[in-house]
Ligand binder design. Structure first.
Ligand SMILES: Cc1ncc(COP(=O)(O)O)c(C=O)c1O
Length: 468
C-alpha cells in the first residue's frame, strides 16, 4: 500500500457502528435460524415508511401531470422551446433552489402551522439528515471545542453525525414523560460552558420522538424555549413526524419554529409526508447571529454559504417533484398538507391502534412489570421492563429473533455515551417497537402486525418467567 495514503488513513478514527446497523448486519443469520425452526418473522424493528403508502407510481403520474401543467402555464407555443421548469431541472441552479418551490412550500407549511414563513429563509437540504449535517458543519468549521446538547435517548443519525468531528462532545439530558428535564438542560449547558465549549444548539425531535416514542407537552416546549432564550442557545428541531400525528387537530402541539422562529432551526423533510428517495428537505430559521461586535447577520445566510460549499445545489427536478405534492389533482396549490398526511395516516393510525391494543391485551394485566409509551405522533412506542433483572441488550434482542422470530431494536445505543456513564443501565430496560413497516398490505398487514404484537407479548411473558 502507498505509505502516504496509509499514514493519512491511520489518522482517521474508526467510527463506532450503530446498533441498527449491527442488527441489520446480523439479521440474515438470525432470520435463517428462526426460519429453520419454522418461525414466522415479525417486523417491529424497521423505522421505514410503509410500502402501502409509499408506492411511487401514483406520485409519478401526478408529477407528470404537474410538469405538463407547468409547461402549459409557461405559454410556450413553439414546440422547440424548452419550458423553464424543464431547463432548470437539468441545469445548475442556485443553492436556494427554484424560487417557486420555496414560495409555495412557505405558503402551505406556514398555513398549516399558522405562521408567516419568509421563503428567503428556507434552504433546501438533503432530507433532515442534510439539515443536521449543515448545522454541525457550520459550527464545527472554526475548529473550536463544541458541545452539542441533546436528549437521552436521541436520534441515532444525530449521534453518528456528531461523532464525526473530533472537537465535539455530546452533553445529553434525561427526559421525563413531558420532554427533557429543564433543570438538567440548564445544568448541561452550564457544564459544557464551564468545560470551555461553545454550545451552539440543542438538537431534539419534539414530535414523535425517535427513538423515545412520545411528543413533548406544550408546557415543556414553552419552558425549553425560555431556557434557550435565556442562555442564547438555538434549538435544532428535527421534525420528520409532525404530519404523522394521531392527535386531534385542536390538540396538536405547535412545533418550536411556530412558537419562536428566532431561536429555532426547523428541519422539515419530505421523507415521511412524501418519499425518502428524492431526499427533499428544507431548513427554516429566522435566527440571527452576532459574528462580531458590530455585525449581526441572519443564520440562514451563513448556512447558505455553508451549503453552497457543501452540496452546491439540491437536485432541482426532485424539488419540482416535491412542488407537485404541494398541488392537488386540479393543479391548484393546496391550502394544507394535512390531506396528503391523512392518506398516510390511514395506515399508521390503524397500525398504532393494533400495536397499542395488542400490548394492552397481552401485557396490560402486568402494569407493575411492563409499560410502554403512547405515541401522539411518529412510528414508535418504547416498551419498558420494570424488572431490573432483565437486560434488553444485544443478546436479548438476538434471542427474540432466533427463538421467537421477533425483530425489535434495543434502546441502549440511542443513549449518548455521557448518559451511559451516568447510568450504565441506561436503555437496558427498554426496546423500541416500530409499527410503521411490514412487507404486507391491507388485511394481511393488519393480520401480520396483530400476530407480531401477540408473539412479542408471549415472548416477553416467556422470557420474564411469567406463566399465563
Ligand atoms: C428523527 C429523525 N431525523 C432524521 C431522519 C432522517 O430523515 P431524512 O430522510 O429526511 O434524512 C429520521 C428518519 O427516520 C428520523 O427519524
Amino acid at each position: 500500500m502507498n505509505e502516504k495514503v496509509s499514514l493519512i488513513a491511520s489518522s482517521l478514527m474508526q467510527q463506532p457502528v450503530s446498533v441498527t446497523r449491527k442488527m441489520a448486519a446480523s439479521l440474515p443469520r438470525l432470520r435463517q435460524l428462526a426460519t429453520e425452526k419454522g418461525l414466522k418473522i415479525h417486523h417491529l424493528g424497521a423505522g421505514y415508511p410503509h410500502p402501502e403508502v409509499t408506492d411511487p407510481r401514483g406520485f409519478l403520474e401526478h408529477k407528470t401531470r404537474y410538469f405538463a401543467h407547468l409547461a402549459a402555464a409557461s405559454g410556450i407555443n413553439n414546440p422547440d422551446d424548452i419550458p423553464e421548469y424543464l431547463r432548470e431541472s437539468y441545469a445548475y441552479t442556485d443553492t436556494l433552489g427554484p424560487v417557486s418551490v420555496r414560495e409555495n412550500f412557505a405558503k402551505v407549511y406556514g398555513a398549516d402551522w399558522k405562521v408567516h414563513m419568509n421563503p428567503d429563509h428556507l434552504l433546501p437540504t438533503v432530507g433532515a439528515s442534510g439539515g443536521i449535517n449543515l448545522m454541525c458543519s457550520l459550527f464545527e468549521r472554526p475548529g473550536v471545542e463544541i458541545a452539542y446538547i441533546t436528549d437521552a435517548p436521541t436520534y441515532a443519525g444525530f449521534i453518528a453525525r456528531a461523532q464525526l468531528a473530533d472537537q465535539t462532545r455530546i452533553y445529553s439530558v434525561e427526559m421525563d414523560e413531558q420532554g427533557p428535564i429543564v433543570d438538567s438542560l440548564k445544568r448541561q449547558i452550564d457544564t459544557a460552558r464551564a468545560d470551555g465549549r461553545l454550545v451552539p444548539f440543542y438538537y431534539t425531535v419534539p414530535d414523535g420522538h425517535n427513538p423515545a416514542g412520545f411528543s413533548f407537552s406544550k408546557k415543556r416546549r414553552e419552558e425549553i424555549l425560555e431556557v434557550m432564550r435565556e442562555y442564547g442557545v438555538l434549538i435544532v428541531e428535527d421534525a420528520p413526524y409532525v404530519y404523522i400525528s394521531y392527535a386531534k387537530e385542536q390538540d396538536r402541539p405547535q412545533p418550536f419554529f411556530a412558537m419562536d422562529s428566532g431561536v429555532t432551526v426547523h428541519l422539515f423533510t419530505g421523507s415521511k409526508i412524501g418519499f425518502p428517495g428524492p431526499r427533499v428537505g428544507f431548513l427554516y430559521t429566522e435566527a440571527t447571529v452576532e459574528i462580531s461586535r458590530a455585525e449581526v447577520i441572519n443564520l440562514s445566510n451563513l448556512l447558505l454559504t455553508e451549503s453552497s460549499a457543501d452540496i452546491l445545489f439540491h437536485n432541482p427536478e426532485a424539488l419540482y417533484g416535491f412542488e407537485a405534492i404541494l398541488h392537488d389533482e386540479n393543479m391548484e396549490l393546496r391550502h394544507s398538507l394535512w390531506p396528503v398526511a391523512d392518506e398516510k395516516l390511514k395506515v399508521y393510525r390503524e397500525n398504532r391502534e393494533i400495536i397499542l391494543d395488542g400490548l394492552e391485551d397481552g401485557l396490560g394485566a402486568y402494569p407493575e412489570r411492563f409499560s410502554w409509551t403512547i405515541p401522539e405522533s411518529g412510528f414508535f412506542t418504547v416498551f419498558r421492563f420494570h424488572d431490573r433483572n432483565i437486560a434488553s441488550d444485544d443478546a436479548f434482542v438476538e434471542q427474540l429473533v432466533s427463538e421467537f422470530g421477533i425483530v425489535v431494536i434495543p434502546m441502549y445505543d440511542f443513549y449518548p455515551e455521557d448518559a451511559r456513564q451516568r447510568n450504565p443501565r441506561a436503555g437496558l430496560d427498554e426496546l423500541r417497537l416500530s409499527f410503521c413497516f411490514s412487507e404486507s398490505y391491507g388485511k394481511a398487514r393488519r393480520q401480520d402486525l396483530a400476530e407480531a404484537v401477540s408473539a412479542f407479548c408471549d415472548a416477553v411473558l416467556t422470557l420474564t418467567g411469567i406463566d399465563k
